[in-house]
Design a protein around this ligand. Structure first.
Ligand SMILES: *Cc1c(COP(=O)(O)O)cnc(C)c1O
Length: 372
């Protein structure tokens, strides 16, 4: 054991952390373009990043001009209650503003929910291969995570309902799921909700909702008081860097989250950007369109290479490269293409590849072919 000048163990501040936090693995983000450029001595504009399910169109110009006009207010604190954005969301989604909670990304909301409702002696249920943040926030607040085996890479809702224990306070559902891209129907969701006790919160994470052609789920929050739906501006709305997400829940859940959130958890520019993004229906339509075309292109490219792909309704595909995926990921990096290994999800042979614009998709296929 190494000692500091004062005699304290250098691991003291790791060991002093709360038990759940001490054993946490940090979230592994996609490699930033700048970092790869530094490491490989590549120029930033030759790098293709298809690693974080970002919108390949870049931000909408309508959003940029709205943000520019908000620059003058940067010395002011943002509206802590996000009145204008909540009003716009309320109108668009047909839910009362009192049901809406804004977050610094929807990730913020997931943390707030765990902080408010999980703790030692309590448990949360989520699926195998589900978004990593569910297990992270469960553990961070010293609750026990119950991971339910998946079925064909997706959620086994029947098994999840059966896995609930008396100490379970929360279930996380990702629909569609990241990293697998799988989804379940609204009928299956309703059957699940009907089978879950009223004192268990069901967190329905719809980060990719806008990419799916499915009926609106918002009316369900009226019927099920334990349902919390989270969505984000990071994916189809093209604002991952702005960090804005939201939840729609029972007003009492929103009231609780409002008590513990940072008073100014969504910044000035984020509020303005999200409000403008909601209005830009053309941008959203183009996002969907380019995603559909890119998805079909990549899918047929993988088919031609004889690679198995998990069917996806998102803006990414999970592809089985037929061997250990890490060396493939590394070799692609060396060629300036960043994708996402998912070995930390227990999927060592898959790579998750976000759908890009045509040129990015072509380059990705070309490099993957060369590497394999
Ligand atoms: C991207 C993503 C989120 C949230 O991202 P934010 O940028 O924090 O809004 C949440 N859930 C899933 C499944 C995601 O893929």
């Amino acid at each position: 054991m190494s000692l500091t000048a004062t005699g304290a163990s250098t691991r003291q501040w790791v060991e002093a952390a709360k038990p759940g936090i001490r054993s946490l693995r940090p979230y592994q983000p996609g490699k930033p373009i700048e970092e790869l450029a530094r490491e490989q001595g590549l120029s930033v504009d030759t790098i293709v990043k298809l690693a974080s399910n970002e919108n390949p169109l870049g931000p909408a110009s309508s959003v940029l001009s709205a943000m520019r006009s908000a620059f003058a207010d940067l010395s002011r604190y943002p509206d802590a209650n996000g009145f204008a954005l909540k009003a716009a969301l309320s109108e668009k989604l047909g839910v009362e503003p009192a049901r809406i909670t804004l977050g610094n990304g929807s990730n913020d909301i997931l943390v707030l929910l765990a902080e408010a409702y999980l703790g030692p002696g309590l448990s949360a249920v989520y699926s195998e291969y589900a978004f990593f943040v569910y297990s992270l926030v469960t553990q961070a607040f010293d609750a026990q995570g119950i991971e339910v085996p998946s079925t064909r890479w997706g959620h086994d809702l029947t098994a999840m309902a059966a896995a609930l224990r008396p100490d379970t306070r929360m279930v996380f559902l990702a629909n569609p799921n990241n990293p697998t891209g799988t989804h379940f129907s609204q009928t299956e969701l309703v059957t699940f909700l009907e089978s879950v006790p009223e004192d268990v919160l069901v967190i329905l994470d719809e980060a990719y909702f806008e990419y799916m052609a499915v009926p609106e789920t918002m009316p369900l929050v009226d019927r099920f008081s334990n349902l919390v739906i989270t969505r984000t501006f990071s994916k189809a709305y093209g604002l991952a860097g702005c960090r804005v997400g939201y939840s729609v829940s029972h007003p009492d859940v929103a009231d609780i989250l409002n008590r513990i959130r940072q008073p100014f958890n969504v910044n000035n520019l984020g509020l303005v950007a999200a409000e403008a993004a909601l209005k830009d229906t053309d941008y959203l339509a183009r996002s969907r369109q380019i995603n559909q075309v890119g998805m079909a292109f990549l899918q047929s490219g993988f088919d031609a290479m004889g690679l198995m792909v998990i069917p996806s309704v998102c803006n990414f595909l999970c592809v089985d490269v037929g061997c250990d995926a890490l060396p493939v990921y590394e070799a692609m990096l060396a060629q300036g293409v960043i994708v996402r290994p998912v070995n930390t999800y227990g999927m060592p042979r898959h790579l998750r590849i976000s759908i890009g614009v045509q040129k990015e998709n072509e380059r990705c296929l070309e490099v993957l072919k060369a590497v394999l």
